[in-house]
Design a protein around this ligand. Structure first.
Ligand code: GRF
Length: 184
């Protein structure tokens, strides 16, 4: 199974997915980022992963940004597109062209807290549990069919950072595993 990983930030999930190739039966044929400063870029170079960078800031017209992404996907022809901390919303044309083939990981127990600042929102709401969700991407943000969820307890002294770190550790374990189970 051939996958492309999309990322925008520190890239811990990207790293775990790349490392997961030694354990699971999938191949990372490329990575893509919209952020030329993204932490995961160096890791791609070290592991000789083909990397495409398209800085969204260079495209005022988001249609053209989306067209560039679409052209890259057409060229690479992956079985699945794996969003791993990718912080741009993909346009409807990409989502419909790749329906059923785009997967995301979102740091909340969806349907709770779609969108941003999930850890803060869980804390502010006084939630006792929090977690992460792997799901298919549809045109409605963070609403696609759920593949897997994992839950953690929120402890009294937790803050946004401790929650983020604990959740990322779980994500780094479960994302490669769930990717390996996807059926083409
Ligand atoms: C993860 O918590 C993921 O759920 C969310 O963004 C974060 C990305 O972290 N979508 P990293 O860049 O993989 O470290």
């Amino acid at each position: 199974m051939k996958i492309i990983v999309f990322f925008s930030g520190s890239g811990t999930n990207l790293k775990s997915i790349i490392d997961g190739q030694t354990k699971y039966d999938y191949e990372v044929i490329a990575a893509f980022t919209n952020n030329p400063q993204a932490g995961g870029i160096e890791f791609c170079h070290q592991h000789k992963i083909k990397l495409k960078i398209i800085n969204h800031k260079n495209y005022q017209d988001r249609e053209i940004f989306d067209q560039k992404i679409h052209a890259f996907l057409e060229e690479m022809s992956p079985d699945f597109v794996i969003l791993a901390g990718f912080m741009r919303i993909l346009g409807d044309s990409i989502i419909s062209n790749w329906e059923g083939q785009i997967i995301n990981i979102h740091p909340s127990l969806l349907p709770k807290y779609p969108g941003l600042n999930t850890h803060k929102r869980a804390l502010d709401s006084g939630d006792k549990v929090h977690g992460t969700t792997i799901h298919y991407v549809t045109s409605e943000l963070d609403c696609g069919p759920i593949i897997r969820q994992e839950q953690i307890n929120i402890e009294p002294n937790d803050d946004e950072n401790t929650l983020m770190e604990r959740i990322k550790k779980i994500e780094n374990l479960i994302y490669p595993e769930e990717i390996s189970k996807l059926k083409i």
